[in-house]
Design a binder for this molecule. Structure first.
Ligand SMILES: [Zn+2]
Ligand SMILES: [Zn+2]
Ligand SMILES: [Zn+2]
Ligand SMILES: [Zn+2]
Ligand SMILES: [Zn+2]
Ligand SMILES: [Zn+2]
Length: 210
């Protein structure tokens, strides 16, 4: 679920004190200084950090009155600490996705959720053509013959254990050879049932993760 940033609580105000007020906590005079007004009290910036500031869930330091704060589901970050857990891209001003209490950028979350190609081990992302065979997925171009490395994609092939062979390679490798002329039997005679059945892949184009 994509969400937008929520700005920090507006329950306090920062300003420069014009009047003769002292800090609610340490009693330091505030006149002419920056101060924070919160819940009807005026306090100095130091005391604000100490007693009032939210703690950043990332760096565990108080989010001072001078810092920009990002607030999401009752958790607080410095705006500079609000980053993608994976690529560390700052997300304070961008769309992000929250997953298992972590924050991710859109790109990283798509990658996380995507199935991995059995050929190149990279993610199959939106727009990638892919093929599926017995619950395993490949990029269409990564589904290749184990012998000649030609792309099989959606073409016919013969599975042999972990390997897949294109029709040509399957014939040269596994077809029965004629005892007399040693040529492979390109097509098995009708009375000789083929042991290996050709497989087929299901092709599809990856869509954006919901
Ligand atoms: Zn103070
Ligand atoms: Zn922080
Ligand atoms: Zn990221
Ligand atoms: Zn691949
Ligand atoms: Zn081949
Ligand atoms: Zn022959």
């Amino acid at each position: 679920m994509a969400s937008h940033r929520h700005s920090g609580p507006s329950s306090y105000r920062v300003g420069t004190m014009a009047e003769k007020f002292d800090c609610h906590y340490c009693r330091d005079p505030l006149q002419g200084k920056k101060y924070v007004e919160k819940d009807g009290h005026n306090c100095c910036l130091k005391c604000f950090d100490k007693f009032c500031a939210n703690t950043c869930v990332e760096c565990r330091k108080p989010i001072g009155a001078d810092s920009k704060e990002v607030h999401y589901k009752n958790r607080y970050w410095h705006d500079t600490c609000f980053r993608c857990a994976k690529c560390l891209h700052p997300l304070a001003n961008e769309t992000f996705v929250s997953k298992e209490s972590k924050i991710f950028c859109n790109k990283c979350v798509t990658r996380e959720d995507s199935p991995k190609c059995k050929g190149c081990f990279k993610a199959i992302v939106a727009g990638d053509q892919n093929v599926e065979y017995k619950g395993t997925v490949w990029h269409k171009d990564c589904f290749t013959c184990s012998s000649c490395k030609q792309v099989i994609g959606t073409g016919s092939f013969f599975p042999k254990g972990e390997d897949f062979y294109c029709v040509t390679c399957h014939e040269t490798k596994f077809a029965k050879h004629c005892v007399k002329c040693k040529k492979g039997l390109v097509k098995a005679p009708v009375w000789w049932p083929m042991k290996d059945n050709p497989g087929t892949t299901t092709a599809s184009t990856a869509k954006n993760a919901p």
